[in-house]
Design a protein around this ligand. Structure first.
Ligand SMILES: NC(=O)c1ccc[n+]([C@@H]2O[C@H](COP(=O)([O-])OP(=O)(O)OC[C@H]3O[C@@H](n4cnc5c(N)ncnc54)[C@H](O)[C@@H]3O)[C@@H](O)[C@H]2O)c1
Ligand SMILES: [Zn+2]
Length: 405
């Protein structure tokens, strides 16, 4: 038996933030990040809509990008003190993911972070609060997914929490919020979204309910991402919807090793001055993983179907896979994203020698590969890599060399 779960309600279209006026409850806590929602006036609007709905409102502000376990614990304490019956998470993937984890700890104050990370092991929520997610970036789709990514900075590792219990009750997909995104954020979150759709389509857990969502998302992203990046503002709305469709697909079909590798490389070089931003990591690793996975006959056929759906041409599946890889690499060029870790600068832009020194990468490689194999996203990848294969694949992602194994 398989399960397909989405939020019960999804409000979409320009101005759909107003849906908050119709919420029923007594107390709402709004969880936000570092200030963009406040700066652009969306936070004030949300507060006034909830007050119009008769609710008492409290803010939990300052959730950092790639939120930490400590932030989750702090937010949960604020919830325990205030006792909200609505948790409203607003912003990019970071504040929404953090709020999802806070929600678990709020409902079960004794639960440990390790217990939360047990895949599909979260006890029933919604005894204290319901959850609404309002996304302001066009990528993670966490407003509709069963996932939350929390970083343990002591270990330098991102842990996915995965359970349909944390699929929000309500998602608001209002493109007004995405219009304020700077170009770099559009690029990174957009490549995250296409990675979600492609990994979901070839995942071993794909099904008839997820395939159409994934394919349509891929086509919409093909049409809108580069234009949206180049500040054609009419493309922000289709990108915002497309990333959400990709999220509906991968929340139910799961992901693959592009994400396993991105999770395990994201924060592991932080002591060298930067993170490899999630979407940029995906953008660099995706073409390599396609070449690796295409050695599996079923995956190759499905990549061919994606290429056909995108209208890329090619006389057979080998050619189609090659054209798909070329297309994605060209997208990276158009979006000013490097092709490999070696060329990934601390500012995320391509450069001759990036912030991760070669010897540091090689020294940490066995551990990173081991952690990537153990990531929750590896299980649904079409090909299960050995330790040796994962190390070779990561090396191709460092040096931008051909994957021929
Ligand atoms: N839960 C999931 O299913 C899922 C999926 C993929 C990624 N993730 C996680 O999500 C996180 C990344 O989220 P993200 O890419 O959305 O970015 P983010 O939430 O980390 O935000 C990045 C920066 O953009 C700013 N920002 C956000 N929206 C803005 C807007 N509209 N205008 C201007 N600035 C804005 C934020 O203030 C922040 O400084 C990572 O931790 C990643 O691992 C989660
Ligand atoms: Zn992602």
């Amino acid at each position: 038996m398989a399960r397909f779960t989405l939020p019960r309600d999804l409000y979409h279209g320009k101005g759909s933030l107003e849906a908050l006026k119709t919420f029923q409850g007594k107390k709402a806590i709004i969880c936000v990040g570092g200030g963009s929602m406040k700066r652009f006036g969306f936070l004030d609007k949300a507060v006034s809509y909830l007050k119009e709905a008769g609710m008492e409102v409290q803010l939990f502000e300052g959730i950092e990008p790639d939120p930490s376990v400590e932030t989750v614990m702090k937010g949960a304490q604020a919830m325990l003190d205030f006792e909200p019956d609505w948790i409203i998470a607003m912003g990019g993937g970071s504040p929404i993911d953090a709020a999802k984890a806070m929600w678990i700890k709020y409902e079960y104050p004794d639960i440990t972070f390790e217990e939360m990370c047990k895949v599909f092991g979260i006890p029933s929520l919604r005894k204290k609060a319901h959850f609404c997610a309002i996304s302001s970036t066009s990528g993670t789709a966490t407003e509709v997914t069963a996932f939350s990514i929390i970083t343990d900075y002591q270990k330098g590792i991102k842990y996915p929490i995965a359970d349909f219990e944390i699929t929000p009750d309500v998602a608001i997909v209002d493109p007004d919020l995405a219009e304020t995104m700077p170009k770099k954020l559009v690029a990174h979150t957009g490549m995250d979204a296409i990675t979600h759709a492609i990994e979901a389509y070839v995942s071993t857990a794909n099904c008839d309910f997820t395939d159409p969502l994934a394919l349509h998302a891929i086509k919409m992203i093909q049409k809108s991402l580069v234009a949206s990046y180049n500040e054609d503002m009419s493309m922000r709305a289709p990108m915002h919807n497309a990333q959400c469709l990709a999220g509906m697909a991968f929340s139910n079909a799961l992901l693959g090793i592009v994400h396993s590798m991105a999770h395990k490389t994201g924060a592991v070089f932080a002591d060298h001055g930067a993170h490899i931003i999630h979407g940029a990591a995906n953008a660099m690793y995706l073409p390599k993983v396609i070449a690796f996975n295409a050695k599996d006959a079923t995956a190759k056929k499905r990549y061919g179907e994606i290429a056909d759906f995108m209208g890329l041409g090619g006389a057979n599946d080998d050619e189609k896979v090659k054209l798909l890889i070329d297309y994605l690499r060209k997208m990276n060029d158009d979006l000013n994203i490097p092709h490999c870790i070696k060329q990934y600068g601390a500012d995320s832009y391509p450069c001759e020698q990036g912030f991760v020194p070669e010897e540091v990468f090689l020294e940490r490689l066995p551990e990173i590969a081991k952690n990537a194999i153990g990531d929750a996203c590896t299980g649904s990848n079409p090909r299960q890599p050995s330790q040796e294969e994962m190390e070779k694949l990561l090396k191709c992602c460092y040096y931008d060399t051909e994957v021929d194994f």
